[in-house]
Design a protein around this ligand. Structure first.
Ligand code: MLT
Length: 308
């Protein structure tokens, strides 16, 4: 029997895969503390997480039978991958499966900041009709700067191009995208040229704090920042200061340096549209990531190990 522990909620169609597998015993235990997980994990061969569970080096050290850590999603920043690899534990994730949801969220963020949708809705709910306060700008013919051009970045580029936007991208390796005209340029150049800068990078030591005070200062006056990737890529204090002093026109932030204990001052700023890391949270995406990670995990265990 393969023993699988699920520590963040997965959709029923993913759990169904384990229920129907004759060689699987699975348990769901959500909201465990690090100490509880250290105790719980010992007999399990696989642990499946989303973004809430932190799989620390201490948990990995205590995991006597663990062969695989499965992350339903793409970011691996809640897993100590180095500690896992050192112990020969495979780390699996589902890059790309969230892409349609995150790309659509990014487009929603572009419209939200350009047309003041959240603030206008808020005033309507207060019984006000403030038509003059919410003059927006059009996306058509504006320049979108895409920082990080993998699956999600490319999908955003295609959708934004269809909306009439001009696309510039910054990416470490060469970007191939036949169906969208774009320019690949340096980061500083992109920040100086884009009316909207959208981040689509994984969090790593290289990308942490990539947009600090210097970089935000390079951004065009009255431009907007969209972040649906990871909060830690942006210096939140510097961002707040550039919004407060009127250099940046606004920001749409779906991610924060600390989650769920997010920067309340930043989220409360009138120029910020804030959402609680819901970029990948669609019915379709949650089903896809759950099923994919369940399949990958089982496939990996079955191909490498036989537990009786
Ligand atoms: C991901 O890394 O897959 C997304 O940011 C979604 C998430 O972490 O829940």
């Amino acid at each position: 029997m393969y023993k699988i522990l699920v520590t963040d909620p997965l959709r029923q169609n993913a759990l169904q895969i384990f229920e129907e597998a004759p060689d699987v015993h699975y348990e769901t235990h959500y909201g465990l503390s690090e100490d509880e997980l250290i105790e719980k994990i010992k007999p399990f061969n696989a642990v499946l997480v989303r973004s809430a569970t932190q799989i620390s080096a201490k948990i990995i050290a205590a995991a006597e039978n663990l062969k695989v850590i499965g992350r339903a999603g793409s970011g691996l920043d809640n897993i100590d991958v180095k500690a896992a690899e050192k112990k020969g534990i495979k780390v699996l994730n589902t890059p790309g499966t969230n892409a349609p949801a995150v790309a659509e969220m990014t487009i929603a963020c572009l419209f939200a900041v350009a047309r003041n949708i959240a603030r206008a809705d808020h005033t309507m709910k207060q019984g006000l009709w403030e038509k003059k306060a919410f003059s927006g700008i059009e996306l058509n013919e504006r320049t979108l700067g895409i920082v990080g051009c993998g699956t999600i970045g490319k999908s955003v580029a295609r959708k934004a191009y269809a909306l009439g936007m001009q696309i510039v991208v910054y990416n470490r390796s060469r970007v191939e995208m036949d169906d969208v005209p774009f320019e690949q340029i340096g980061l500083d150049d992109l920040l100086r040229r884009a009316d909207f800068v959208s981040l689509h990078l994984a969090l790593s030591e290289e990308t942490r704090g990539l947009l600090g005070d210097r970089e935000l200062a390079l951004m065009k006056k009255d431009s907007y920042l969209i972040n649906t990737s990871r909060g830690e890529i942006v210096d939140e204090q510097a961002l707040l200061s550039h919004l407060e002093k009127g250099h940046l026109a606004g920001a749409a932030l779906d991610v924060f340096c600390n989650e769920p204990d997010y920067n309340k001052q930043l989220a409360a700023n009138a120029k910020v549209v804030a959402t609680p890391h819901i970029g990948a949270v669609t019915k379709e995406s949650q089903e896809r990531v759950g099923v994919r990670i369940a399949d990958l995990t089982l496939e990996f265990l079955r191909s490498k190990y036989i537990f009786l």
